[in-house]
Write a protein of this length. Structure first.
Length: 426
């Protein structure tokens, strides 16, 4: 999370993270969990020895067995056994909260086999930072190799193990990809064990992180773990314009926040009358323009030749009354509601000063004629052009083609005269 969410210390620097004033989206952990039981001085006799450890600033989390001889707790960097070497991570949870996380992620206790070796020292932390420095250049090379092989896939992230024995490449693809040749090329280039993992578009944005259009960090990289399907019907229920650029998130899919208030909108829409798109009065046909869901107001406007200029605000009860009258083939004199002018520059009497349905008419601009003459041709003199324009055309010479002249090669004639040896005439 960002520095604004961290508590400040005595000197004003953030105290929540370990970066001391240089924190950002990529420095603090993603998907933070608060171990509130670690601050209590209570010993649980039936406590568990399992811990949750986060790797690469919370991009990946896993569960390990923490023996008692390691003497480590929440917030400590530890060296863990991965089965293919060792890695360095940070303990994010310990105690009973780990069991709740395992139940949430559907991980059984007997499937956790790897252990915590010891607490990490300065050498281990230095190796971990060196491994993180290699990830960005490896990501650029990996994308270039995938493009040369012509594979329809995108390499989203790379994660090195702290001992540099294994590199995990996370990619996104629309379908299944045969990357056997790609793995051989990666193993030859990076000289380490290669593991390929396919993730979705939302999981990719979760790992990378970023800032949303609301100005806050992405929900998927801070707290959201359950990705539910989002459809365009969620936007229609909330009266949002179907604009792909505004409704799409950083992952290119519909924003997850469209589902946050969907249930509230659905419950509020149950109190609105159905099939109320048009109402009939003696003044004419009134068409529904917009709906204010939480104020329970429906705005109608009469159809005229000049367009719709005045909105009439009706509550749901009055709309039902007019609907019942229309069903009995009765028409009220007018809609009983508050009038709202669409034009802000209306006069004191409430009359509209302009037609909003038509656009503004601008005066026509005088355009200069384009010069279509060829650049190679000579421009005729002003006097000759005016004389030719004033001279009337004869009826017989209107479509007469110009006379064709035989080409004259003066240069060739001069050479022939020199060859004959004749003297020039005086």
């Amino acid at each position: 999370m960002a520095c604004a969410n961290c508590g400040s210390g005595k000197d004003g620097s953030p105290a929540g993270c370990g970066n001391n004033g240089h924190c950002g989206s990529g420095s603090c952990n993603k998907l933070n969990t608060f171990d509130w039981l670690s601050a209590l001085d209570l010993q649980d006799p039936c406590g568990s020895d399992l811990v949750e450890i986060s790797f690469k600033s919370g991009s990946r989390k896993d569960f390990f067995v923490n023996p008692s001889h390691t003497r480590t707790g929440t917030g400590d960097f530890v060296v863990v056994d991965t089965g293919n070497g060792y890695d360095v991570g940070k303990i994010s949870l310990s105690g009973d909260l780990v069991m709740l996380q395992m139940k949430k992620k559907k991980v059984r206790e007997h499937k956790v086999h790897h252990e915590v070796i010891r607490k990490a020292n300065e050498t281990d932390l230095l190796k971990m930072s060196q491994a993180r420095d290699l990830e960005v250049p490896a990501l650029v090379k990996a994308r270039a190799i995938a493009n040369t092989l012509g594979l329809d896939m995108k390499i989203g992230d790379v994660e090195y193990q702290a001992d540099l024995r294994k590199a995990t490449f996370y990619y996104t693809a629309d379908g299944r990809v045969d990357f056997r040749e790609l793995v051989r090329a990666y193993a030859k280039e990076f000289r380490t064990k290669i593991e390929m993992r396919q993730i979705g578009a939302r999981q990719e944005s979760q790992r990378i992180g970023g800032i949303g259009s609301c100005g806050r960090e992405l929900c998927c990289s801070t707290w959201l773990t359950d990705f539910k399907s989002v459809t365009t019907s969620a936007a229609r229920y909330q009266n949002l314009a179907i604009n792909q650029s505004k409704l799409s998130g950083q992952c290119g899919r519909l924003k997850c926040c469209l589902n946050y208030e969907l249930d509230t909108y659905i419950d509020a829409l149950k109190n609105f009358p159905k099939k109320a798109d048009s109402l009939y009065t003696k003044m004419g046909k009134a068409v529904l323009i917009k709906t204010d869901i939480f104020k329970k107001l429906m705005y109608y406007s009469y159809e005229t030749d000049r367009g719709r200029g005045i909105l009439i605000a009706l509550d749901t009860d009055r709309v039902r009354e007019v609907q019942q009258m229309n069903k009995r083939n009765e028409q009220p004199t007018d809609l009983p509601g508050e009038r709202i002018l669409l034009n802000d520059d209306a006069g004191e009497e409430g009359e509209m000063t302009g037609d909003l349905s038509e656009g503004f008419e601008l005066p026509e601009e005088k355009r200069k004629p384009k010069n279509r003459r060829k650049s190679r041709g000579r421009k005729p003199s002003r006097g000759k052009s005016e004389a030719n324009s004033e001279k009337p055309k004869e009826p017989g010479n209107e479509q007469r083609p110009p006379k064709s002249r035989p080409p004259q090669n003066r240069r060739k004639n001069r050479r022939n005269n020199k060859g004959k040896g004749g003297a020039p005439k005086k």
